[in-house]
Design a protein around this ligand. Sequence first.
Ligand SMILES: *Cc1c(COP(=O)(O)O)cnc(C)c1O
Length: 432
Amino acid sequence: MHYFHYTGNRLCCEGVAVETLARKFGTPLYVYSQRTLEEHFKDLDQALAGVEHLVCFAVKSNSNLSVLRALAGLGSGFDIVSGGELQRVIAAGGDPRQCAFAGVGKTEGEIEYALRQGVYTFNAESEPELERINRVAARLKKQAPVAVRVNPDVEAHTHKKITTGTYENKFGVAFEEIEGVYARASKLRHLRLRGLQMHIGSQITEVAPFEEAVRKVLPLVTRLKERHGLEFLSIGGGLGIVYKPALASGPAAWWRSAAARDILTPQKYAARLVPLLKPLGLRILLEPGRFISGNAGILVTRVEYVKRTGRKNFLIVDAAMNDLIRPAFYEAYHEIVPVRRKAGAMVSSDVVGPICESGDFFCQDRPLPKAREGDYLALMSAGAYGFVMASSYNTRSLAAEVMVKGNRAALVRPRQPVEDIWSGEAAAPWLK
Ligand SMILES: *Cc1c(COP(=O)(O)O)cnc(C)c1O
């Protein structure tokens, strides 16, 4: 579901023409729809109304301050994976006491900072980490609230780079070892065992893996609650979205469309999980990222050249893998649509960036409307794991970001000036 749609032949974000934004702010340009973000959050939040819960937006999916602030305004909590993300949340007006600190490699400095800020929980991923948190808390004369991430060893049926809940990967503590870990952690005086956490992967488009994981941990979390007085269970994020085709006829029609029928809706998710979770009597935490931000953003790019080789029609655009790495990194599909729709035949096209890597493409041999130099294209569903994964590879500036609400648009991050890319660098003294 989202609020990017055509009005006549013009692609609009809510009430604003995307072409106007592209001309005003230049390209490559990320454009976010605040209404889409907010409705995703509210849909999920309301679907879970039957159980005490906190939706913690996964900041790593889109950490623009404006995005965080919009969600904080709705009472969202935040799932953070670094001290930097916690600083961002605070800068955006979010509440540290609604933050869950995840990640396998928390440093002492990060733990100290998060303790001082009073995060709701440290989601620990190993015993050495629990010991470290205990040590830092002792030094600060505090008690650290912790949960341990259990690896339930279920297959999430998603891409290998985003599967996290099997024993093949680095995340969490094996299911069989969890009780021993809690027993030992309960002896560490500066820890408070507050919850249990899991996260089985990302872009999961069916309820079954979530249900399987929840069913598997239910007896475990019930025992841990009795023994250690846990107050929450986090069931992680990972709710998948529709990438193909993202552009349906309009928001109202969307949930009734064929695409929506195959996808995980908050209602389907809640209908299967809430009845399992409610009897636990625990607060339920969720950590969705992509579900909230994915379809709330697009990447707008300009066609620089149309290059026809004997066999191919290349559209060389001004966005590249440094702006949006998902196709290169995850073999991800992004729908590509013209910002100004024209009648005419489709041409099998490769949309590629200017970077000197053969992996720098957004699609290959895809039927697309015929395009000319200067046309704008939109890569849909680029709101999650888009700008946040950008780099300045090839000394290319980080793109600009715009937030739209109704008929208003604001530049929420200007394009990075190119000199800023090397502003902290210097020649070694012996080279002077
Ligand atoms: C990445 C991550 C999430 C969010 O994943 P999405 O697929 O974007 O919902 C949630 N929890 C943890 C621990 C993560 O690492």
